[in-house]
Design a protein around this ligand. Sequence first.
Ligand SMILES: Cc1ncc(COP(=O)(O)O)c(C=O)c1O
Length: 397
Amino acid sequence: MDRDQCLALDANDPLRAFKDEFVLPEGVVYLVGNSLGALPRRTAERVRQTVEDEWGSQLVGGWNHAGWYAQPLTAGDRLAPLIGAGPGQVVVGNTTSIAVFQAVAAALRLRPDRRVIVSDVRNFPTDHYMVQGLAGLLGGYEVRDFAQGRFDDAAVVLLSEVDYRTGARHDVPSVTARVHEAGALMVWDVCHSVGAMDVDVSGADFAVGCTYKYLNAGPGAPAFLYVNPRHHAAAENVLSGWHGHAEPFAFETGYRPAEGVRRFAVGTPHVLSFAALEAALDVWERVPMDQVRAKSMALTSLFVDLVGDALQLVSPADAAARGSQVSFRHPHGYPVMRALIDRGVHGDFRAPDVLRFGFAPLYIGYADVYDAAATLLEVLDKELWRDERYATRLAVT
Ligand SMILES: Cc1ncc(COP(=O)(O)O)c(C=O)c1O
């Protein structure tokens, strides 16, 4: 496909109007929306409003009158459709790492007769680290790698829908069914799928995810936790902070969990971050997810085709089997990525040798993909990555 054909696809793209809703620097092809999503145009004004009109004029009254106190649940209800959940099933706050801890701990309490936690050693490390910390705290638990495929004595299985490094996608309904048949509970991490495709975790027991990647809620934006309603009465939040208490402002000496998913709230919500999340959700409420997935598969396939055999593909070759990212392997992956970024094509690097490119369908077009591939091929052909400026590692890769 040539650049003119890509421009024609952009002109007919049903999602093309969304690009104007994001702030993107001139001359940059931003393929890191799977790490930190781009800034929605409306966010600055929404955050300003919270700072000046709410905090500045209502002061502490903002907790009641600006809806700050209810944010974990109101944002959860707005986000729920993006993961196939309903109202009253999602609570927003904290970080994904904390939500993983809460979900896995709650699952263990629901399966007290079992002593095995299944976790994927290739998952984004924080998930596996949190499981290790929890198992260490509790004592007497085995942490087993998902690849062993044995769930018959497991209490819980924790897995990411889309692998952060390869982009490989698990089939949520079939894995969930296998886990349930074995009598275990299922926790999905949807960090790399929410906002990139139709996610449906409604058959699972718990799900966690972040809002700063494809959902564009900004750096440090709060995470979310889904709890299936069938567990609302029995599931316990071991991080029993006051916002999960039945009556936080009764200031009782004993912990009494709130009804429903609210018991999984922990402490004071990060109000300024919620403002940015709300601005992002104003966009997502209008997004047809089936079109997002169709375009995402077309973009990743185009990139794979254009790069051809210049690099070794790490992601599944079949678009349906991957998320919205494409990863390649190169022995000098780090300087290759630095050279690319210097030329306006922003991807990222995951040790030891993986070049990652995320395609956010709301603001990435076909011509962007064409330009990114052409620049990548030039960096490789001319060995532009050999410049010594690209050898030193920055703190965040
Ligand atoms: C699968 C997965 N889980 C969790 C996280 C991050 O967790 P946290 O929000 O605690 O930083 C990431 C970040 O990239 C991730 O890819």
